[in-house]
Design a protein around this ligand. Structure first.
Ligand code: NAD
Length: 383
């Protein structure tokens, strides 16, 4: 009988060999297409408009599961290669995030090069919308860094292929409550793996970043009886959230030395690094922030050696993309919440896969994503 696992390993190996060859010889000479080949990106669109000053890159990594959905980020990159690297990395991440979340979406992302405070205006955004529209729905955009729901409304003037619109435009509105719920259920699945039951009552949880997601997470945790510590750079947020949920404020220089059970990074990336890992005493890391591991391989393996269970960020924080997906279907928050609840099972399943295969959890999450992509690619090939 045909063994698909062997076939998958074999094709993965071939892909890797192809990549190594490209990386070795061609990358410097052909920085764009060779770069796309590294992770098999389907299409990259470079957008320029002198009149508005728009310079953007749209990357479509993979459309096996459906149209490539991912936000547009505006950033003052130092140079074009930096922007290209970012959009390629982020669009690939979206393929995995949607795949693991069980969504019929591919992975894409866009970057607009420039300082949003200086160059963002209606004409530039509408010009960008026209570029998105020219892709005929193969790429669907949404909010990301330095973009607002008002910006999405403007882009929507030129294209239907926008998601994450405000509620008064028939959109799904703020995704944060759905994201926070996903983090909460993922934390419960992690607790079950570590302590044998998923109760968080009495557990000590540090939530770093109490913005849109962090605050709702604090609410879920305190409702269940967890002891919550909070940290943020905003004094105002700290005061408000401490008062509303009786959470204990902890300073940045002390938080990683606390005696805690769970660390929930909900502010920024790369907070799981050499410094914090040498201090953290928790048993679980599970939070909303993207790219929590400063170095995926290095720190993804180090957590396990330290006896910490790492719930991979893109699995944990999939509530946001789940919310946006349901907007495409005619938005219904209870359907989005029901789907976000499945993050519990996904988290649990990936822990079981990691144990069975003897691999770190970040790798198990990637494997889950690849398994679904390969399975659907096979059925797509059937006439
Ligand atoms: P937010 O901007 O509303 O909140 C972030 C909070 O972190 C703010 O209160 C900010 O003051 C605080 N912060 C910033 N730097 C900090 C630092 N160095 N130390 C402590 N606190 C700091 O963002 P959000 O929507 O709550 O998202 C939180 C994280 O989750 C982000 O990394 C975001 O990319 C990720 N995420 C969010 C969603 C969503 O639905 N909002 C979905 C997926 C991933």
């Amino acid at each position: 009988m045909w063994d698909w696992a062997i076939w998958a390993n074999f094709t993965a190996l071939l892909k890797h060999m192809e990549v190594t060859t490209l990386a070795g010889s061609d990358l410097a000479k052909n920085p764009v297409i060779a770069q796309m080949g590294l992770h098999n990106h389907e299409q990259v669109v470079f957008c320029n408009d002198n009149a508005t000053g728009l310079k953007a890159i749209i990357a479509i990594h993979n459309t096996i599961l459906g149209p490539a959905l991912g936000g547009t980020r505006m950033w003052h990159y130092n140079n074009e290669m930096e922007a290209l690297n970012d959009v390629l990395r982020l669009s690939r991440g979206m393929t995995y995030k949607s795949s693991v979340a069980g969504l019929n979406l591919g992975g894409g992302k866009a970057v607009i090069i420039g300082d949003a405070k200086k160059i963002k205006n209606e004409a530039l955004l509408r010009r960008f919308g026209k570029f998105v529209n020219s892709l005929g729905g193969k790429y669907i955009t949404a909010e990301d860094v330095a973009m607002t729901s008002r910006d999405m409304e403007i882009i929507r003037m030129e294209t239907d292929h926008v998601s994450g619109l405000p509620e008064n435009m028939g959109g799904s509105g703020d995704p944060s409550p759905v994201t926070a719920f996903g983090v909460y259920v993922s934390m419960k699945a992690s607790a079950r793996e570590v302590w044998g039951n998923d109760g968080l009552n009495g557990k000590k949880v540090l939530v770093q970043g109490i913005g849109h997601v962090g605050e709702v997470l604090v609410k879920h945790l305190t409702e269940e009886g967890a002891k919550v510590y909070i940290n943020d750079i905003s004094e105002e947020r700290l005061k408000a959230v401490a008062a509303a949920y009786k959470a204990e404020v902890v300073s940045a220089d002390k938080m990683f030395d606390l005696d805690i059970d769970v660390y929930a990074p909900c502010a920024l990336g790369a907070t799981v690094n050499d410094d914090t890992l040498s201090r953290l005493k928790c048993k679980i890391i599970c939070g909303a922030a993207n790219n929590q591991l400063a170095d995926e391989k290095l720190h993804g393996e180090a957590v396990g050696r330290q006896g910490i269970l790492y719930a991979p960020d893109f699995v944990v924080n999939a509530g946001g993309i789940i919310n946006v997906f349901y907007e495409l279907e005619g938005y219904n928050r209870s359907r989005a919440m029901a789907h976000a609840e499945k993050i519990y099972d996904t988290t649990w399943n990936l822990f079981q896969l990691a144990k069975k295969e003897g691999i770190p959890t970040y790798m198990a999450a990637n494997r889950l994503g690849e398994q679904r992509l390969e399975a659907i690619a096979r059925i797509n090939a059937v006439l």
